[in-house]
Design a protein around this ligand. Structure first.
Ligand SMILES: Nc1ncnc2c1ncn2[C@@H]1O[C@H](COP(=O)(O)OP(=O)(O)O)[C@@H](O)[C@H]1O
Ligand SMILES: N[C@@H](CCOP(=O)(O)O)C(=O)O
Length: 304
């Protein structure tokens, strides 16, 4: 049996659409064992109502993808999912399922796939690398697809940086939140995001928290997604006023994050209250970046 711990992730960080993401100290656990026959999937915690327990399950599909690549045919599989990451809230639940499934399957089939190949496989299954890279490797990851492979650099966010995450009480699938995006953007908007994404990476590397307010601005996806997240603009503004260093939509939304080094409880309360004023109940978590990505623990025993 193998037990894999995978962190939640917050992608884009504002301007880094599909290329920036950060791992958070907030985890899902995926347990997988080879059994004599059949498939059984147990789901605990988040997603009990939503996550399928048959061959369409994302963890199972990722695992079978890897098994096929290495020519391993499991007799049967038992999967147990212990979920903390809320589903379809912009905190990388699908990335955690894909990475967890791949890493667990790799251990069960003799670790034939390198971390680099795992990353490319995960990115292909997810469709973009920004969540799966920090889910697998931890830290803040800058990634790009180059000739079908993921190239990346990992940086550690500044010490003491906190991530206030406010999670509205409704789901927004990444697919739906991508459908509202335009296929073409203006040169002006592209240049706006390029400058900010570059500033953001430098600011995180050099601990320049004073730059985050500007460096986390975006014109490529957030303006289009605002209509899907009632209160989004007000929550972003309220978090800034309460002392956040930088604010943005988390992934495709609907969660919103604020990066801060103080006043985190106040920022969380103000963001939640502002969502509530727009008719959206929300909960808040104050998290830290995780420098560690997916971790596997193999437990050698027979399961009947
Ligand atoms: N723990 C999990 N186990 C299996 N599948 C999961 C899990 N969490 C999420 N998923 C799958 O991912 C989908 C949500 O993905 P997505 O819309 O990208 O949202 P998110 O922003 O949370 O990644 C779910 O509908 C489900 O199919
Ligand atoms: N770059 C993607 C990130 C999606 O992240 P998720 O956590 O919402 O799955 C996007 O913005 O669509």
């Amino acid at each position: 049996m193998v037990r894999v711990q995978v962190p939640a992730t917050t992608a884009n960080l504002g301007p880094g659409f599909d290329c920036l993401g950060m791992a958070l100290k907030f985890y899902n656990i995926i347990e997988m064992a080879q059994v004599s026959s059949g498939l059984s999937i147990e789901v605990h915690g988040e997603g009990v109502q939503d996550i399928t327990r048959d061959e369409s399950n994302t963890v199972y599909r990722a695992a079978m993808h890897l098994f096929k690549q290495v020519g391993f045919v499991p007799a049967g599989l038992r999967i147990r999912l212990l979920n903390n990451i809320p589903v379809a809230r912009g905190l990388g639940s699908s990335a955690s399922a894909i990475v967890g499934g791949l890493v667990a399957a790799n251990v069960l089939s003799g670790n034939k796939v390198s971390p680099r190949e795992l990353l490319t496989m995960a990115s292909q299954l997810e469709g973009h690398p920004d969540n799966v890279a920090p889910a697998l490797l931890g830290g803040v990851i800058i990634s790009a697809i180059v000739e079908g492979e993921v190239r990346y650099v990992k940086i550690d966010p500044p010490p003491g940086l906190k991530v206030v995450v406010v999670i509205p009480d409704f789901q927004l699938s990444t697919r739906a939140a991508r459908e509202v995006l335009p296929q073409h953007v203006s040169l002006g908007d592209a240049v706006f995001n390029l400058g900010r994404a570059a500033l953001l990476v430098a600011a995180l590397q050099q601990g320049r928290l004073d730059l985050l307010a500007t460096a986390m601005e975006d014109r490529l996806h957030q303006p289009y997604r605002a209509s899907l997240v009632p209160g989004m603009k007000k929550v972003l503004a309220a978090a800034r006023l309460a002392g956040a260093r930088g604010v943005c939509l988390s992934g495709a939304g609907p969660s919103i994050i604020a990066l801060a080094d103080s006043n985190t409880e106040l920022i969380a309360r103000v963001m939640k209250d502002t969502f509530r004023e727009s008719g959206i109940p929300a909960r808040a978590l104050v998290l830290e970046p995780s420098s560690i990505g997916a971790r596997a623990l193999e437990i050698k025993s027979r399961i009947s």
